[in-house]
Every structure is written in C-alpha cells, then in structure tokens.
Design a protein around this ligand. Sequence first.
Ligand SMILES: NC(=O)c1ccc[n+]([C@@H]2O[C@H](COP(=O)([O-])OP(=O)(O)OC[C@H]3O[C@@H](n4cnc5c(N)ncnc54)[C@H](OP(=O)(O)O)[C@@H]3O)[C@@H](O)[C@H]2O)c1
Length: 228
Amino acid sequence: MIEQMLLVGGSRGIGLAVAEHYHTKVKNLICVSRTRSPFGHWIEADVAVNADLDRIGAASENQSLDALLYLGGIWEKNAFTADYDFANSSDEEIDRVIAVNLTAPIRLVKRLIASLQRSPNPKVIFIGSLSGLDHQASREVANSASKFGLRGAAQALAIELKRTAIGFTVINPGNIATPEVLNDIASDTFSPQVPIPLSDLIAVIDCSLSLSPDSYLPEVNLAQTKAG
Ligand SMILES: NC(=O)c1ccc[n+]([C@@H]2O[C@H](COP(=O)([O-])OP(=O)(O)OC[C@H]3O[C@@H](n4cnc5c(N)ncnc54)[C@H](OP(=O)(O)O)[C@@H]3O)[C@@H](O)[C@H]2O)c1
C-alpha cells in the first residue's frame, strides 16, 4: 500500500498522466513542477535550484516516503527534428538539460534517503529513454548523455544504498503518446509512427511499485512496435 508518493513533473506530459492515475490511489500525492499540477499537493519548485530541492526534501522530513517518481525532464531546442544542431546548442542549454535530467534526481535522492528508509517498501523510479541505451543514442548530445548517466546513477545508488533496500528503477521508453508527441506526429514533425499509450507506461510503473520489498526492476525498456 502506497501512502506517500512524490512525483516530479506532475504539471504536463507523462508526469501529469501518472499523477492523474495515482491521485485517488495513494493517500498523499505530492507533485513537483514550476507550473501548477492539478493533482495532489503541489510544490512549486525548479529542480535545477538546490534551495528548491531542499524545500522538496523538507516536505517529506520525518515522514515515510514510499515512492519517488522522477518523471520530469527537458531536452534541447529543436530536439528530435532535423533542425537540432549540436554546434549551435549553447553551453547554458547543455548545462540545463544535464542539471534537470541527471544532476537533480541524484541530488534529490540524497535529500530523501531518510524518508525513503522509513517506508517498509521504498521504490524510486527515474524516467530514462531508449536513447540512453548503448548504441541507441539520438543526436541530442546533452539529452542522450543525461539518459545514459541516469542509468549509471541508478546502478550506483542501488549499490551504495544497498543497506536501505530502496529499489531503483529506470524506465527507458520510446515515444509516448503525450499531447506534445501526438501533435508532433500529426504535424509531420515526427515521422509516421504509433506512440506507446500512456496506459502502457503506467502499467510498467504499477508493476514496479507492486513488487514486494524483496525485489525491484533495475531497468525496463519500453519500445514501440510501430516506431517511426
Ligand atoms: N514524451 C515522450 O515520448 C518521452 C519518451 C522518452 C522519455 N521521455 C522523458 O520523460 C520526461 C518527461 O517528458 P514529457 O514528454 O512528459 O515532457 P513534458 O510534457 O515537457 O513535461 C515535463 C515535465 O517536467 C517538468 N519540469 C521540467 N523542467 C523542470 C524543472 N526545472 N523543475 C521542475 N519541473 C520541471 C515540467 O514542469 P514545469 O515546466 O511546470 O516545471 C513538466 O511537468 C523527459 O525526461 C523525457 O526525456 C519522454
């Protein structure tokens, strides 16, 4: 039974759909984003700012946290289109993609160890990407690097925090049927393809969270049968 869940990225896209799924199923859902999440208790925060991470950590202080779902993220301008150009990606953009997608989840876990340890079955889920898998990187250098890095971070955290029995899962999906992806397919920004239904991603998250304290899924790759 999940009593307390912290979800990063509950205002849009994947995180919004997952927040909608869980808000009636968990006792206390906390959603983090810069713009308002319509579900759960919203914490307005920029995860690239350490002081904001401190506030997020403080919200679970002295409480038991059963699940951290890190589902937010960003990518480069014109990512996944022919217009993306690494040579013209600013240093600030590169730093920010890595800060939000990789550094922030690492720093956030550090702040939540004590709360997660209070749970009888603590689980952490990070959203990766198929482009974070060996030999499947996409052209977007900072985004691909952040997703590769997330897998390494999860593996290292599982070793370093073994005594806590926190399960660390990275889910690496192909294109998911968020409104933005559906729009990109409809407008021919993306090649014709059938994206992964949000309900399939939620099924994987449900599966991961339903495991006993004695096991966890280190990594799940979720591919499209009808990719572009
Ligand atoms: N959609 C896909 O097909 C797909 C496929 C594979 C992997 N992914 C990964 O899934 C993640 C989410 O993708 P999405 O399509 O759901 O994106 P999205 O629709 O743009 O949503 C991103 C979420 O992250 C939050 N966020 C971004 N920067 C933040 C910051 N600095 N501080 C706090 N919250 C922040 C946003 O909230 P605010 O803007 O309100 O802060 C929003 O809730 C990304 O890491 C992406 O790489 C997506």
